[in-house]
Design a protein around this ligand. Structure first.
Ligand code: APR
Ligand code: PHB
Length: 403
C-alpha cells in the first residue's frame, strides 16, 4: 500500500477544507486534501452568499481575494419585512462601520480550488472508503481508496472538514460526543435566475403565506427562496408557480419590481440547527458543517466554518512555530462559543420569520408562539437598540484569540 506523509490531513474539499489548506500552506504547514466527489460536483452546489468581514479577511490572507474584491458587492444594510412593512437594518451605522460582502459560496470555492491547483497542492478527488485511524495517538493516519489503489496517509493532525454527512464526526466515539439538534417543520426552496434582482439589498420577508427571501449574486443574477413544507419536491414547483408565490410573499412595492425568467437551479434544503460537542478528539479537529449546521436565515453557515478555520490555523501555527502542543486543547472551547452564538442567532431569526403552521412549539400552540414572535419582531425592529442587536450579529461577532 503506497504511504504518503503530510503534516495535516484534511478530509473534504468544501470551503472549510480548501480555505484551511490554503492558509496552512501560507504558513509553511504541509497538507493533503481527500475529497469523496469530483471538483465539478463540489462546484455544482449552490449555497448562501453573504460573507462576514472576518471571512473576507481570511480569504485575503489566503491570497485568494482578488476576484471577490472585484466582483463581490459590499452591502451596507438589508431589510426585514413583516406582513408588508419594511424595516431597513443599516449595518454600517448600527454595527460600527461594519458591512457584509455579497459573493456566492460557489465562487469562493472555485477561487480556492484554482489557487490550490496553481500552488501545486495535492487534492485526491474521488477518494472512497476514507477511514481515520489512531486519532488519539501521536501518529494518526488516514486510509483511503483512489483510482483502484489503497493508500495510507500519515500525518500529525487531521482536520475533519467533510460536512454533515462525513466520516470525521463519527470517528469520535458515540459516548464521548453530544449532538444537539432541532429539525424545523419546513424547508427552503431556492431558485437562481439570470434576472435583475428586485432590490439592491437583501429582503427577508415574513408574510401571511410564509417566509420568502430576496437575495442576489449580481446586478443581473437573482437568488430567491420560499419557505415550503418538507413534503414538497423541487420538481413539483414549476418556475411559474415559484414566481407567482414569491410575488405574493414579498412586500407589494418590491413585488411590483419582480422580473421573472427561467431558473438556472432549483432545489429544496431542509432547515436544521445542529451542534456536535466537543469539536476535538485527540489529534482530530472538526471544522464547519462536520460539527454544526444552522438554518440559512442569517447566512451564518459558511461564516461559522470560517471562524473554525481561523481558530484552527492559529492553533496549528503555534504548534509548529512554538512547539506548543498543549494549545490544541483550546480548539473546542473557542470554536464552540462562537458557534453557539451563531446557532442562537439563526434559530431566533428563523423562529421570528417563519410560519410554523400547526406545529406545537415546546409548551405552547403555534398561534401563541406566533404572537410572541411578532411581538419580538415589533420590539427589535422598532427600537434602535433592537436593530443594533440584529446588525451586530449579522455582520458577525469578533473572533476570539488563543490564551
Ligand atoms: N471523504 C472525503 N470527503 C468527504 C466525505 C468523505 N467520507 N464525506 C463528505 N466529504 C466531502 C463532501 O463531498 C464535501 O465536498 O466534504 C465536503 C464538505 O463540504 P461542505 O458540506 O460544503 O462543508 P464545509 O466545507 O464545512 O462548508 C460549510 O457549506 O453547507 C454549507 O452552510 C454551510 O456554507 C457552509 C459551508
Ligand atoms: C443567499 O444569497 O443564498 C442567501 C443570503 C442570505 C441568507 C441565506 C441565503 O440568509
Amino acid at each position: 500500500m503506497p504511504t504518503i506523509t503530510t503534516q495535516v490531513a484534511i478530509i473534504g474539499a468544501g470551503p472549510s477544507g480548501l480555505l484551511l489548506g490554503q492558509l496552512l500552506s501560507k504558513q509553511g504547514i504541509s497538507n493533503i486534501i481527500l475529497e469523496r466527489v469530483t471538483g465539478e460536483y463540489v462546484l455544482g452546489r449552490i449555497r448562501a452568499g453573504i460573507l462576514e468581514q472576518g471571512f473576507v479577511d481570511l480569504v485575503h490572507e489566503a491570497g485568494v481575494g482578488e476576484r471577490m474584491q472585484r466582483e463581490g458587492e459590499v452591502h451596507d444594510g438589508f431589510e426585514i419585512a413583516v406582513y408588508g412593512q419594511r424595516t431597513h437594518i443599516d449595518l454600517k451605522t448600527l454595527a460600527g462601520g461594519k458591512t457584509v460582502m455579497c459573493y456566492g459560496q460557489t465562487e469562493i470555492t472555485r477561487d480556492l480550488m484554482e489557487a490550490r491547483q496553481q500552488a501545486g497542492l495535492q487534492t485526491y478527488y474521488q477518494s472512497s472508503d476514507v477511514a481515520l485511524c489512531d486519532v488519539k495517538s501521536d501518529k494518526p493516519y488516514v486510509t483511503f481508496q483512489h483510482q483502484g489503489e489503497s493508500y495510507r496517509l500519515e500525518c500529525d493532525y487531521i482536520a475533519g472538514c467533510d460536512g454533515y454527512h462525513g466520516v470525521s464526526r463519527k470517528t469520535i466515539p458515540e459516548d464521548l460526543r453530544t449532538e444537539h439538534e432541532r429539525v424545523y417543520p419546513f424547508g427552503w426552496l431556492g431558485l437562481l435566475s439570470d434576472t435583475p434582482p428586485v432590490s439592491e439589498e437583501l429582503i427577508y420577508s415574513k408574510s401571511e403565506r410564509g417566509f420568502a427571501l430576496a437575495s442576489r449574486r449580481s446586478a443581473t443574477r437573482s437568488r430567491y427562496y420560499l419557505q415550503v413544507p418538507l413534503s414538497d419536491k423541487a420538481e413539483d414547483w414549476s418556475d411559474d408557480a415559484f414566481w407567482a408565490e414569491l410575488k405574493k410573499r414579498l412586500p407589494a412595492d418590491a413585488a411590483a419590481k419582480l422580473v421573472t425568467g427561467p431558473s438556472i437551479e432549483k432545489s429544496i434544503a431542509p432547515l436544521r440547527s445542529f451542534v456536535c460537542e466537543p469539536m476535538q478528539y485527540g489529534n482530530l479537529f472538526l471544522v464547519g458543517d462536520a460539527a454544526h449546521i444552522v438554518p440559512p436565515t442569517g447566512a451564518k453557515g459558511l461564516n461559522l466554518a470560517a471562524s473554525d478555520v481561523a481558530t484552527l490555523c492559529k492553533i496549528l501555527a503555534r504548534v509548529y512555530r512554538d512547539h506548543d502542543k498543549a494549545c490544541i486543547d483550546q480548539y473546542s472551547q473557542i470554536a464552540l462559543r462562537r458557534v453557539w452564538h451563531g446557532e442562537r442567532f439563526s434559530w431566533w431569526l428563523s423562529n421570528m420569520l417563519h410560519d410554523f403552521g400547526d406545529t406545537a412549539i415546546s409548551d405552547m400552540d403555534s398561534k401563541t408562539f406566533e404572537r410572541f414572535m411578532n411581538s419580538e419582531l415589533d420590539y427589535y425592529l422598532n427600537h434602535e437598540e433592537g436593530r443594533k442587536v440584529i446588525a451586530n450579529q449579522y455582520v458577525g461577532l469578533p473572533y476570539e484569540d488563543l490564551q
